[in-house]
Design a protein around this ligand. Structure first.
Ligand SMILES: [Zn+2]
Length: 156
């Protein structure tokens, strides 16, 4: 599996979020080297606090497969998941998570907490971080710099 290729597709989705004025995060669900779900963050426009890229991509994949359990699937996301999204990944039985940039504020895959490593949770999720982290990190940084410079309050 070419991790960089799928992360680039997730980055393209993050750019879509940015165009809409949303925090630029994108995600794809992959099974057998095929993309079966796509999502990008659009919580503000959807007025939906759960519309994070990961949750949107999981929903898309589950609809395409006709099954809420996404067995043998890998989720690629441009930012380390938050507590809500890692919970959704557990419920979907995602096998492997690949993320780009670490998130020291809300990331729970090693930054703030490490929930995939929590042995009291009955779930096993392989985690690979840092794939195209520089690209994803600079996209997020540029986004927050432009928001600050435009003087608009970010609805987070
Ligand atoms: Zn999230």
């Amino acid at each position: 599996m070419n991790k960089e290729y799928f992360m680039r597709v997730a980055l393209d989705l993050a750019f879509k979020a940015q165009e809409l004025g949303e925090v630029p995060v994108g995600a794809v669900v992959v099974r057998d080297d095929e993309i079966i779900g796509r999502g990008y963050n659009h919580s503000i426009i959807a007025m939906d606090p759960t519309a994070h890229a990961e949750v949107v991509a999981l929903r898309d994949a589950a609809q395409n497969l006709g099954n809420y359990r996404l067995l043998d699937c890998t989720l690629f996301v441009t930012l380390e998941p938050c507590v809500m999204c890692i919970g959704a990944l557990f419920h979907a039985r995602i096998k492997r998570l690949v993320y780009a940039a670490a998130d020291p504020k809300t990331g729970v895959c090693g930054s703030l907490l490490n929930l995939p490593a929590e042995t009291r949770l009955n779930h096993h999720l392989e985690v690979i971080g840092g794939v195209l982290a520089t690209e994803a990190g600079s996209l997020l940084r540029q986004f927050f710099i432009s928001k600050r410079n435009s003087g608009k309050a970010l609805l987070l």
